[in-house]
Design a protein around this ligand. Sequence first.
Ligand code: FAD
Length: 547
Amino acid sequence: MGWRTHEVFNQVDELVDYDLFSTDPALVAAVERSGARWAAAELADYGAVLGRAETWRLACEANRYTPELDRYDARGRRIDRVSFHPSWHVLMQLLRGRGLVSLPFRDERPGRWAAWAAGFYLHGQVEAGTLCPATMTQAAIPLLQREPGLWSALGPKLYSDDYDPRDLPAADKASIWIGMGMTEKQGGSDVRSNAASAEPLAPSGREHVLRGHKWFFSVPTSDAHLVTAKTPDGAPSCFFVPRFRPDGSRNAIRIERLKDKVGNRSNASSEVEFDDAWGVRVGEEGRGVATIIEMAGYTRLNCVVGSAALLRQGLVQALAYARRRLAFGRLLADQPLMGAVLCDLALESEAALALIFRLCEAFERPEDPLQRAWKRIMTPAAKLWVCKRAVEACGEAMEALGGNGYVEPGVMARLYREAPVNSIWEGSGNVMALDVIRAVGREPEAAWALIEDIASGLAGEPRALAELAALRDALSAPPETLEALSRGVAQRLVLIGQAALLRRHAPAFVADAFLASRFSPAWGPITGALDVRGMDVQAVLQRAFPE
Ligand SMILES: Cc1cc2nc3c(=O)[nH]c(=O)nc-3n(C[C@H](O)[C@H](O)[C@H](O)COP(=O)(O)OP(=O)(O)OC[C@H]3O[C@@H](n4cnc5c(N)ncnc54)[C@H](O)[C@@H]3O)c2cc1C
C-alpha cells in the first residue's frame, strides 16, 4: 500500500533469513581447529533455523509478552505459577533440543566444549533470555555428579534433550532445569552475608528446612535451585531445593514478585521467600561459598559466550544495514569513517570469539596445568572484558542504524537492553577483576606459565610485549595497590591474550589491525577511534560478514 504524500525508499529492513553459521568464517574456522568438525553439519543446520524470519519473530514476541506471575488461584490457594508466551517455549525447546544444556558434560569427544560454545553463540544472537536457564542447569551438573543419590535420579533428566515445561515433580518429568539462589537484599557479591538459615531435620543429617529470602532468583519455574544458606553454626552451605518435596507436595518457596528488568525480559527472574522449604545439602558442610563458586566458573564462561553473541549480532546487523543504506549519495559502508567504526566492531568481535575457543580448550583439559591456568585466571578476566565491550559495542551498532536502531520492536534495542546484565550477574566487573588477582596470588606459578604462553605468541611484536611488561609490573605491586589496579590487570591480560590468539589463528589483516589499534594511544574509549592507516578495512569487513 503506497502513501499519498511520499514514497518509501532508502529504508533498510533488519537482516533476517540468513544462515548465522556459514556467514561467520571466523566461527567456522574456530570449530574446525578446536576438533569440533563433527558438530559442523548440526551447527550449519541450527544457524539456518535460527536465521529464519520466523525465529526472529519468536524472539521478538518472547521479549514483548513477558512472563506473568499468579501467586494464588481464583479461590485463594497459593500456586506460585509463572506463565510464558508460547514463543518462549518454542525457543526453549530449540535450545534444549540441540544439546546446548549438557553437551560438554555428557559427550566425550574432543571439541565438545567448542561445539557447545558455537551453538550457544548462535542461539544467543537471536534470543538471549533463554540462555539463563541453560547456563544455570549446565553449571549444576558437575556439582550434582558428585552426589550419587541425587545424580542417579536426576542425571538422565539433566542429560535429556527433551524439553518438558510441565510443573510436576522432577520424578515425573523427562527433563529438568536447575537454578541458583545466592543473592539476598543485603548483599549479592558478598555471599557470606547471606542471612537465610538452614536447620537440619535430624542431627548431622543432610536434609534441612530453609527460612529466609532471595532477592534475585531467576527461572523460579526451575525444577530445583542450588541455594546458599547458613547452618546453625553460622557457616554457609549449599542446598538442593526442589520445587516439589519428596512426598510430591509443593515446596515452600514463595514467589513474591517478578523483577521488572531493563532487558532479559523473556526470562523470569523473581524474589522469593523460603517458608521452611525442604532442601538437601550438596557439597561439604560449611563450604557453600566454594560449592557455588565452582558453579560460577561455568556460568562465567556462559556470560562471555552470551556477550560475544550480542556483539556479533550487533556487528552483523550494523554491517548489513550500512551496506544498503545511502547517506550523502553513498552507501554508509563505503564511507571511510563508518568503515572505521565497523572495522573496530569486527576486530572486537573476532577477538572475543578467539578467546572463547581458547577457553573452551582449557575447559576441556583442566587436568593440564597450563589449561587450568587459562581456565582459572583468564575466565574472570574475559568475563569482565568481553561483557563490558558488548555494552559499548551494542550501543555503537545501534547507532549505525541511526534512529531506526533506537525503536521497538527491533533487534538492536533488544541487544542493547540485554548487554549489561552479563556484566552484572555471576560476579560483577569489580568482583571479576578481584578474582583475577586472587587467582594470580594463589597460584603465581600458573599465572607466570599463562603469561609465558601468551608471550610466546607475541614474539617480534614490541607494542604487545611492552603491555606484557606493564602487566608484570602491575602484578608485582603491593596487595592494596594491586587491588586498585586490578581492572587494568584484567584488561591487559585479555588484550595481550587476544592479540596472541589472533596472530595464531586469524588472517594477518585482522591480527595486524588488532595489534595496531589495541596497543595504540589513539584507540578508545570510543569505538572507531582507530588509526586505519595501514589497515585493510574492507578485508576485515568482508571477513566479518562476507557478501
Ligand atoms: C536479571 C538478574 C538476574 C539475577 N538472577 C540471579 C539468580 O538467579 N540468583 C542469584 O543468586 N543472583 C541473581 N542475580 C543477582 C546478581 O548475581 C547480583 O546482582 C550480583 O552478584 C551483584 O550483587 P548485588 O546486586 O548485591 O550488588 P553488590 O554486591 O552490592 O555490588 C554492587 C557493586 O559493588 C561492586 N563491588 C562489590 N564488592 C566489591 C569490592 N570488594 N570492591 C570493589 N567493588 C565491589 C560490584 O562489582 C558492584 O558493581 C541476578 C541479577 C540480575 C540483574
